[in-house]
Design a protein around this ligand. Structure first.
Ligand code: HEC
Length: 178
């Protein structure tokens, strides 16, 4: 067996460092030489980094708020019809509330529901309103009512309808009026 006998401790370390650098230069080779444990650890780390990247992308580009044009004007128009016949008697035509029921926009969205997903607001409505007749409308019709309420609240319309699904509504956050 060859031994670097002529070298002192420092020289030996330098030689080892050179050998490691040479190994690392071909990363596939370095990977092949790893123990299964080392390899698994590296793979886990790579997956970790990829997952974190995905989350960052969602936070930066995927998240929408109620002010990002999340419903269409035509949809709000449909919602106005439902609201007028089944909700306005208690919540008033402006949805600002009456002695019979609380306001649904303005303070309610800006404060009470701030930082909640739009699904929370929708789901409360679908599960409780109108009182005694919860679930009277289809999910899409409740979404149309939400669209109308967003319009009354001052959130702008956009090009795509608001979908009445948990999946879609959960990605939209209620934030205070900018
Ligand atoms: C008979 C009167 C009445 C009718 C009709 C009615 N509501 Fe309500 N609504 C109430 C009352 C009262 C509350 C407050 C309930 C509570 O705080 O427990 C409420 C609460 C709400 C809330 C929650 C407000 C908050 O502060 O969290 C929403 C959203 C809502 N109603 C939407 C609707 C919609 C949409 C309709 C029509 C489909 C409707 N309501 C019809 C009486 C009514």
């Amino acid at each position: 067996m060859w031994r670097p006998t002529g070298l002192g401790p420092v020289g030996r370390t330098a030689l080892m460092a050179a050998a490691i650098a040479a190994l690392a230069a071909t990363s596939a080779f370095a990977f092949d030489n790893m123990s299964p444990e080392q390899r698994a650890a590296l793979e886990a780390k790579t997956v970790d980094v990829a997952a974190t990247d995905g989350e960052t992308a969602a936070a930066e580009g995927g998240e929408r708020t109620i002010f990002d044009g999340v419903y269409t004007a035509e949809q709000a128009e449909r919602g106005m019809g439902f609201f007028g016949t089944d909700c306005a008697t208690c919540h008033s035509n402006t949805a600002r509330g009456s002695s019979a029921a609380p306001g649904l926009i303005g303070y309610t969205l800006d404060n009470k529901y701030a930082d909640e997903s739009l699904f929370t607001y929708f789901d409360y409505m679908r599960s409780n309103m109108p009182p005694g007749n919860a679930g009277w409308f289809t999910d899409q019709e409740y979404a149309d009512i939400v669209a109308y309420l967003l319009e009354l609240h001052g959130a702008p319309a956009g090009d795509t309808e608001l979908e009445g699904t948990e999946e879609a509504l959960s990605t939209i956050t209620i934030v205070p009026t900018p």
